[in-house]
Write a protein that binds this ligand. Structure first.
Ligand code: UT7
Length: 320
């Protein structure tokens, strides 16, 4: 049987960590106590002006490609999950492709906000399983700092910039075992950047707007249900997985989800404290951290899961 197996991982965070206190010193009406207690976030990374998603994606991809022991030219599929693309077009994936020196791979972006990486892995897996592609680079990369309203303390303290990448390779050894992905567009209004560029002007609102409590409730329900659904596809119970790598948005969302899944927090990878919510980059950032520090080992069962604007949500069960 043909599987899509993780051959390499990498991640990148730009610049130095910015603490909660530093945000308060920069004029945001907030405190370390409020942010830590409500979200678990301690620091985030904010890219310098002019640094783009494709640049962050490049740094993470370089590491993932090297970890996989392949060359950039070996890749035949590049998918970048991002809601903060460099341009309207061409895609961030094509800009990344040029930076990597790859020619000829199919390259495109996926727009599923914080579920983007899970969506992208799901898509890449289908290409690999079909036999049409052999080596996929799947990246989540974001510069969310560009779409934050720094006068809106209820949102600007939550997000940060970063990128994470995996190389998925066709293999006869187990890799991705099951996937489950969904969307419900009727929830578009609870988390959005409701603006666009038209005739040379911004039309609507170019900043992230969120109904925090509605998102919180939706996220816990969706993350719980989709992890169970994905495990059921593979015929296992969610309590029997080795690691849960959830979207890193808020420690309270992560803890509630773990509790509902019957998983102790020792089996849950948490990095939200270090980099805040990096949208599509959050799951690969957390996965890379847990592989690097030796927690996630070859042969273990891992569930990656995301939820975000759209609303979108999804999970991938894999054997690492
Ligand atoms: O990828 C998904 C992305 N979204 C999320 O993960 C967000 C999910 N939602 C949440 O995590 C929570 O709803 C928040 C952390 C955003 C907010 O927590 P909350 O417990 O729902 O707080 P709240 O919005 O009800 O606000 C409580 C108070 C308000 O003050 P008053 O009206 O009670 O006086 C806010 O003005 O907290 C105030 N507040 C703040 N205070 C200090 C809101 N933001 C801040 C802040 N610093 N940054």
């Amino acid at each position: 049987m043909l599987f899509a197996r993780i051959a390499g991982v990498g991640s990148y965070l730009p610049g130095k960590p910015v603490s909660n206190n530093e945000l308060a010193q920069r004029g945001v009406d907030t405190s370390d106590d409020w942010i830590s207690t409500r979200t678990g976030i301690k620091t985030r990374y904010l890219a310098e002006a002019g640094v783009t998603s494709s640049e962050l994606a490049f740094e993470a991809s370089r590491l993932a490609i090297s970890d996989a022991g392949i060359r950039a030219e070996d890749i035949d599929l590049i998918i970048v999950a991002t809601s903060t693309p460099d341009y309207i077009f061409p895609s961030t994936a094509c800009l990344l492709q040029e930076k990597l020196g790859n020619q000829g791979a199919m390259a495109f972006d996926v727009q599923a906000v914080c579920s983007g990486f899970v969506y992208a892995v799901t898509i890449a897996e289908k290409f690999i399983r079909s036999g049409s592609h052999k080596k996929a680079l799947v990246v989540g990369a974001e510069v969310f700092s560009r779409i934050l309203d720094w006068n809106d303390r209820a949102t600007c303290v939550l997000f940060g910039d970063g990128a994470g990448a995996v190389v998925l390779e066709a293999s006869d050894k187990p890799g991705v075992l099951a996937t489950a992905t969904h969307a419900d567009g009727s929830y578009n209004h609870i988390l959005s950047v409701p603006g666009c560029v038209s005739r040379g002007q911004v039309v609507g609102d170019p900043f992230l707007r969120m109904d925090g409590q509605a998102v919180f409730k939706f996220a816990v329900r969706a993350l719980t249900d989709v992890a169970k659904e994905c495990c059921a596809v593979a015929g296992i119970g969610s309590e029997s997985i080795d690691w849960l790598v959830p979207h890193q948005a808020n420690i309270r969302i992560i803890e509630s989800t773990a509790k509902k899944l019957g998983l102790p927090m020792e089996k849950v990878v948490v990095t939200v404290d270090q980099h805040g919510n990096t949208s599509a980059a959050s799951v690969p950032l957390a996965l890379d951290a847990a592989i690097r520090d030796g927690r996630v080992k070859r042969g273990q069962r891992v569930v990656l899961e995301g939820v975000g604007g759209g609303f979108t949500w999804g999970a991938v069960l894999l054997e690492y």
